[in-house]
Design a protein around this ligand. Sequence first.
Ligand code: ZN
Length: 198
Amino acid sequence: MDLYSGHINKLIDELAALPGIGTKSAQRLAFHMIHMPKEKVERLAKTMVEAKENVKYCKECYTLTDQEICPVCSSSKRDHTTIMVVENTRDLAAYEKTGKYAGVYHVLHGAISPMLGIGPNDIRLKELMERLQGEISEVIVATNSSLEGETTAMYIGKLIKPTGIKVTRIASGVPVGGDLEYIDEVTLLRALEGRTEL
Ligand code: ZN
């Protein structure tokens, strides 16, 4: 017997398909939405569609932004010869929050994972190599300390070394398997300061 209406079931299914949301949370959210004023639901739906339509990749570092070139890449106060390589925009945000990193970034949008069938061509590595044609003094690899992050770091090290550009890896003070975005600022800065050459 179907306990809920078809529309509620559909909403629950859509919500439960989102990462980190189980069936119970999906049910709670669905019922919450049904009880919300119609204007609020419309605003939420509109915000989701607008974000999807307007957010794009920065043409230089590939972070998610509303502009062609993100605020970091377009800032003349940043050191454009130092590139920190991160897995995603949330990791970039974590380092930006420390306010202590003056270089620019490169966002890979993923990490190499043979297990998941994600290879070097599935992340923004080619774009990183293209950026190295410019005047670059150091590439700091700040991928996560998960197996995928380490694999990606080693791969990048091998790619960049022959170019003669200095390539470093952040210190492994970062807990193994820890996502960068969950690590506190002090640990992030310590990892950055303790970086070693790959
Ligand atoms: Zn950018």
